[in-house]
Design a protein around this ligand. Structure first.
Ligand SMILES: O=C(O)C(=O)/C=C/C=C/O
Length: 494
């Protein structure tokens, strides 16, 4: 097992991967560890010319051998990539841990595990995909048959976030490639390591040049903007902040390109008095502080039915104060640092704002003091507030840190009105042992996803995405196959 946050030697210099080759550039930026501020590697930034080379390589590959492959052959290649990830599992764990400071346990059980699952699941879903067939009889007595065929969109631009780096990159690449497209991926500048390893995995698996391309860089005036503005891309899939989604939508509007967005959230968890109390406490601690609260699905707003409100707040406080914050491989560690100093400053600004807005601080609210090198990292305390008004900024804006606010409620009608009173609508969570209430309330969440008596358990065949500012479209299962394909209907008179 490689030491969890020392990168494998090949990852000291993180290059682009274009047309089957690793490409260095003169313009480089530091990859900085959130654990202790050390420079881990130099990242080679792609300029507009290199992004153009990547898009042209992707376009050429569509007309090459890749364009002639069958879904079965593409599935075999994706499984081979997954085999390489399995073989180099510890390196992918080390890459994710080095870039993000997450716990080794999470990187193993969630991030890298899901990267393998994403590729294998979509390889098989795409290979076995159903299409539609209708028998039609017209009023004039004609008999017709109608059937649909799925064809590739073309060149897909994929921009993935720093919070679940390899999970989101493979969540997009898997379905895009099984549908016969080619892809240019741009990881966040905060998490370049596992993306570079993924390019090595595609290379080792023998996927033809130009099918999978990787460009490193930032958003505006850098690789992200060059890629989404490129005239020869056919679609954009993006996970990240809502305002960046709007910018991308404007960029591709003239070309009327297809977009799939999974954006921000200010998710609500509703805890009824008839819940399984201990399970709800455990579940809401997890849904508030997992990945240091850096998951678009986390619950930053918790509503608890009044009869158990005080008891629930005290139980949450006690359980949260038991969370172990520290290095990725410390025994029993629960939470690592945030992704960067800049992001920690943002979260700390909300910790300060909450008090100005009248919050009662139940626990946390600052930074842990380790008295060792970890103080050079960007760690932060998990925090619980109560007492804020529903219209406080901390109740409406996404903090994207380990924080939640707990408020009491008195009726289903009231709590649903408050939970849905948000510009976002990604994920709702609900805790109750009353079966009919579970189904009745779940469907009244104005969100794309609802979890009942659990959080963030995923079936990859289900539709995943949000409403309002939380996104556009759905990915997952056949919804991914529909997004990453052009569907043609063919009507034949018999
Ligand atoms: O679980 C997934 O498939 C996924 O895409 C999660 C995204 C979470 C973003 O913060």
């Amino acid at each position: 097992m490689t030491t969890p946050y020392v990168l494998p030697p090949t990852l000291k210099s993180l290059r682009n991967y274009v047309d089957g080759e690793f490409v260095s550039t003169d313009k480089r930026f530091d990859n900085v560890s959130p654990l202790n501020g050390e420079v881990l590697a130099q990242v080679h930034e792609a300029d507009a010319a290199l992004v153009d080379r990547a898009v042209q390589a992707a376009r050429r590959a569509l007309k090459g051998p890749w364009g002639q492959t069958t879904p079965e052959e593409r599935a075999k290649m994706l499984h081979r990539v997954a085999d390489v990830i399995e073989r180099r599992f510890d390196e992918f764990v080390a890459a994710e841990v080095a870039d993000t400071g997450r716990t080794v346990q999470q990187a193993q059980k969630l991030d890298v595990h899901r990267a393998i699952m994403n590729l294998r699941t979509f390889a098989d879903l795409g290979k076995n995909a159903q299409t539609d067939f209708f028998e039609t009889r017209t009023a004039d007595g004609d008999n017709l048959i109608n059937y649909t065929v799925r064809k590739p969109l073309g060149v897909v631009a994929s921009i993935s976030p720093w919070n679940l780096p390899i999970l989101s990159m493979t969540w997009k690449s898997g379905p895009a490639l099984i549908c016969g497209n080619t892809i240019v991926v741009k990881p966040s500048e905060e998490t370049p390591s596992s993306a570079t390893l993924l390019a090595e995995a595609f290379h080792e698996a023998g996927v033809p040049p130009g099918v999978f391309n990787l460009v490193h860089g930032f958003g505006a005036n850098s690789a992200g903007a060059f890629l989404t503005a490129h005239p020869d891309i056919d679609a954009v899939t993006f996970t990240g902040e809502s305002r960046t989604g709007s910018t991308i939508m404007k960029t591709v509007a003239d070309g009327v390109k297809e977009v799939s967005f999974e954006l921000g959230g200010k998710n609500a968890a509703i805890v009824f008095a008839d819940c399984d109390f201990d399970a709800a406490v455990e579940g809401v601690v997890r849904s508030s502080f997992a990945n240091s609260g850096q998951v678009c699905l986390c619950s930053e707003r918790v509503y608890v039915e009044r009869p158990i409100f005080e008891r629930f707040v005290q139980a949450m406080k006690a359980r949260t104060e038991k969370l172990k914050i520290g290095y990725p491989d410390e025994p029993g560690v629960d939470m690592g640092p945030l992704i960067s100093r800049k992001h920690r400053d943002k979260v700390l600004s909300y910790y300060k704002l909450a008090l100005e807005e009248g919050a009662t601080l139940v626990t946390g609210g600052g930074m842990p003091k380790f008295g060792d090198q970890r103080d050079e990292g960007v760690f932060i305390q998990p925090t619980i507030w109560t007492g804020l008004a529903d219209n406080a900024r901390c109740m409406r804006e996404e903090v994207f840190g380990p924080v939640c606010h707990i408020a009491p409620f008195d009726s289903e009608e009231e709590v649903l009105k408050r939970a849905n009173d948000s510009v976002y609508g990604l994920a709702g969570t609900l805790w109750t042992t009353n079966l009919s209430r579970a189904h009745r309330v779940a469907r009244q969440f104005h969100t794309g996803i609802v979890w009942v008596n659990t959080w963030y358990l995923r079936d990859l065949r289900t539709p995943f995405g949000g409403v309002k500012l939380s996104g556009l479209g759905r990915e997952g299962g056949r919804w991914s196959l529909d997004f990453y394909s052009e569907t043609t209907n063919i009507c034949v008179k018999l």
